[in-house]
Design a protein around this ligand. Structure first.
Ligand code: FHN
Length: 582
């Protein structure tokens, strides 16, 4: 009897699954795993949210791909959009070229979003692009082929949540009468989802990433997550899986925001973000981010060791919005000149720079990203290895590197003197080359005096020494919270160019039941003690005068150290400010 090859493959795959302990998959350490090497190198991808929600294209009540939910549309009524979906202008090669010209190295596209409509040819449902629309082609297949032609990796976004499939629960609340859950069998839904994942990974191979979403209505047990991941990894051992099937897997997925710093323990992460406010196409959302903002976000993300997945929402005809195309083209122009400072780089050795900009690192290179263009020499405190050579990407102008007195210590420091020519108003990159991998001692943020002589020690710039206290908030206006361990303390490095007597002001919030902790503010040899008072809540910030300090010009370590934790936390600290007393 002749055994067909695909039977042999299935037998082999099953054997692998049986012999491989499922928890072996859960133990994979992504950072060290060669599977993610290409992903860590490529840094920049295109997200595509495309589905029948592009027909209404309406974000008047929220993000456009949530149209069915936002307008509480019953399944039979929503299905009509499929009959109207006919993307005759779809051109896979054009999409891939737009991505490639922008400097993007991979594409993640919605095979199925929460509405349950399948943008690929599935044998498991008629609610797909082949059977339910007048468009008789499979765009996912055409895109997969175009990605191969243009050497771009392809991944699928696949929603666990499914507002259409009768076995997915919970059904939407506005349909409980029309679609009772009594017949629903969730495990049968999981088998359907696994079957479609098998179709995707097999029929559109090679699929480099499975980007799950919509897992928040269940958990790993309900979604059989370990089993689903094991199946995917047995079908494609190289596949990368994100953290949205209620398991950590290969990378974290901060959404519409960039973490304050690199994630702890070298955790891989990728920020996904829209160019306007909606993932799916909207006729009315013209709130587009600028090219400058998008490039600097990419650079900020690379400075912190992450990837950037930037979204495009194509129209019902299969065209990308011109505003998206224009931005991607401009980003591509910047990447053409400066791509080496992004691809293959790892996070900056400095948490924060002493100039308005960022840094990325690669082997014996450091790339200094200048958002502004200082005319005075820029010190690089903590850089212990001599620069071998320096150049300006995209220019032949000379960048001078000198060694001079370190304003932040008793030693010397290397400084960079920029030329007058500034290649880019968005981000000009100085490439520092070393003979070996450079050694940098990160002195943390060095807080300098403002022009009015004041010094602001922000929570955002604090070095947190301890196990539980952490920075909370978006941007630089957050606070230190979770300060439940009295051994945790905060430190800043600060430099006074001008000494004097300073009023020390502390800004914090504390709910009534946590008030009473004693603490010290220490700057050099000077100490002031305080007791945390109730400010009404953990979100009501008040400023208190703590006392005076006489300090000479120089560099100091400033510390806020609790002596006692009266109840469950010390305080939510926003800042310490030293105000010169004339
Ligand atoms: O609900 C989805 C949303 O529509 C979009 O797909 C984003 C992109 O990651 N994810 C979910 C919201 O977190």
């Amino acid at each position: 009897m002749k055994v067909r090859p695909h039977i042999l493959i299935m037998l082999f795959v099953s054997a692998v699954m049986l012999l491989t302990p499922v928890n072996a998959f859960a133990q994979i350490k992504p950072k060290d795993d060669p599977r993610t090497a290409w992903w860590q190198n490529d840094k920049f991808g295109m997200f595509i949210h495309w589905g029948v929600y592009a027909v209404p294209a309406d974000s008047s009540k929220g993000i456009a791909e949530w149209y069915m939910h936002n307008h509480k549309i019953p399944v039979p009524e929503y299905e009509r959009f499929a009959t109207q979906f006919n993307p005759v202008k779809f051109n896979a090669d054009q999409w891939v070229r737009i991505a490639k010209d922008a400097g993007m190295k991979y594409i993640i596209i919605t095979s199925k979003h929460h509405d349950g409509f399948c943008m690929f040819d599935s044998k498991l449902t008629k609610y797909d692009i082949i059977d339910a629309t007048p468009f008789s082609r499979d765009p996912m297949k055409e895109l997969a082929d175009a990605c191969k032609r243009h050497d771009i990796k392809l991944g699928f976004y696949h929603s666990i949540m499914d507002w259409h499939h009768p076995d997915y629960t919970p059904h939407r609340e506005w349909e409980h009468k029309a679609r009772p859950e009594s017949e629903a069998d969730f495990d049968r839904y999981i088998e359907y989802m696994k079957g479609q994942l098998r179709e995707l990974v097999t029929n559109y191979a090679p699929v480099s990433v499975l980007w799950f979403d919509g897992g928040w209505e269940g958990n790993a047990e309900k979604h059989h997550s370990e089993e689903v991941v094991a199946m995917l990894r047995s079908l494609n051992p190289e596949i990368i899986i994100n953290d949205r099937i209620n398991l950590e897997e290969d990378h974290a997925t901060p959404e519409q925001q960039i973490p304050m710093d690199a994630l702890p323990d070298d955790r891989l992460w990728e920020t996904c973000m829209t160019m306007n406010n909606t993932w799916g196409y909207s006729r009315t959302d013209d709130n587009w981010k600028s090219v400058e903002d998008l490039v600097r976000k990419l650079v900020d993300i690379a400075h912190k060791g992450g990837n950037f997945l930037l979204n495009v929402g194509p129209t019902e005809l299969g065209e990308s919005p011109q505003a998206s195309i224009d931005r991607l083209s401009a980003i591509g122009e910047w990447m053409e000149v400066n791509g080496e400072s992004i691809y293959g780089t790892s996070k900056s050795p400095w948490r924060r720079m002493l100039f308005d900009g960022r840094c990325t690192a690669a082997e014996n290179m450091l790339y200094l990203h200048f958002f502004d263009w200082p005319s005075t020499p820029v010190p690089l405190p903590g850089l212990r290895t001599s620069v071998h050579s320096a150049s300006l990407l995209g220019s032949t102008s000379i960048v001078k590197v000198r060694t001079g007195k370190d304003p932040f210590s008793d030693g010397t420091v290397q400084t960079v003197q920029l030329p007058t020519e500034r290649p880019s108003d968005i981000d000009s990159v100085v490439a520092l080359r070393f003979e070996t991998v450079p050694e940098v001692v990160d002195l943390g943020v060095i807080v300098t005096q403002s022009d009015d002589g004041s010094t602001v020690l922000k929570a955002f710039d604090a070095n947190i020494r301890g196990t539980r206290a952490k920075y909370e908030g978006r941007g630089a206006s957050g606070h230190i919270g979770y300060w439940t361990n009295p051994d945790d303390y905060l430190e800043w490095t600060m430099v006074l160019n001008e000494g004097g007597t300073f009023a020390v002001m502390i800004t914090y919030a504390c709910e009534p039941e946590s008030a009473g902790a004693d603490y010290q503010v220490i700057v050099g040899e000077r100490e002031l003690a305080g007791t945390v008072e109730d400010t009404g809540s953990g979100k009501k910030f008040r400023t208190r005068f703590l006392g005076r300090m006489r300090l000479r010009k120089g560099r100091y370590t400033a510390t806020v150290k609790p002596e006692t934790v009266a109840h469950d936390a010390v305080m939510n600290l926003k800042q310490i400010k030293l105000v010169p007393m004339r």
